[in-house]
Design a protein around this ligand. Sequence first.
Ligand SMILES: Cc1cc2nc3c(=O)[nH]c(=O)nc-3n(C[C@H](O)[C@H](O)[C@H](O)COP(=O)(O)O)c2cc1C
Length: 177
Amino acid sequence: MAPTPPCYDHVIDLRATRNFLPDAVTPEHLAAILEAARWTGSSKNTQQWEFIVVDTPEGLEALASAGTFTRPVLNSALTVALVWPPDGYEFDIGRAAQNLMLAADALGVASCPITLHDEDRAREVLGVPAGHRCRYAVALGYPDPEAEAAERRERRAAGKTGRKPLDEVVSKGRYSG
Ligand SMILES: Cc1cc2nc3c(=O)[nH]c(=O)nc-3n(C[C@H](O)[C@H](O)[C@H](O)COP(=O)(O)O)c2cc1C
């Protein structure tokens, strides 16, 4: 069966965006983005996740202090922190994050995944109970086309873009290194 072109292209074309316009994400867009995350499939349908929306300058600044490469958080209109309990699965959180980002992109809202390297700090800032994980977040906002194009040129020149060829990452039957 041939893939549905817009959907397939959408998956292939999703890029990390680090430069956002100052405009707030509309409540309708935010609700639709979170709805897509909520509908993610999870292990045994346990839905072991919580999404914390941070959209104040103070909140974003505090959250940014929990990671090393968090400039996109500071630039974002809002950032969604992803929280899962001790018996949750990182795989499920990754799926929810990707659904959230694809849904956002479909609505014209750009995104960047974020690592919260200092999870203790992230928990403290967000009031997340000990034991719960809070390692990742997604920065969101309407893209700033000019600033983003300039950054992408730089990243391309530094060899930080593109993907490994398929034959390097796919093998049949056995690990090929
Ligand atoms: C788990 C994960 C964590 C990431 N953490 C950060 C981060 O902390 N800061 C950042 O600027 N980008 C972060 N990124 C974005 C990656 O750098 C980006 O996905 C990768 O460079 C590919 O970008 P592209 O799709 O635009 O080519 C993260 C991506 C993933 C999947």
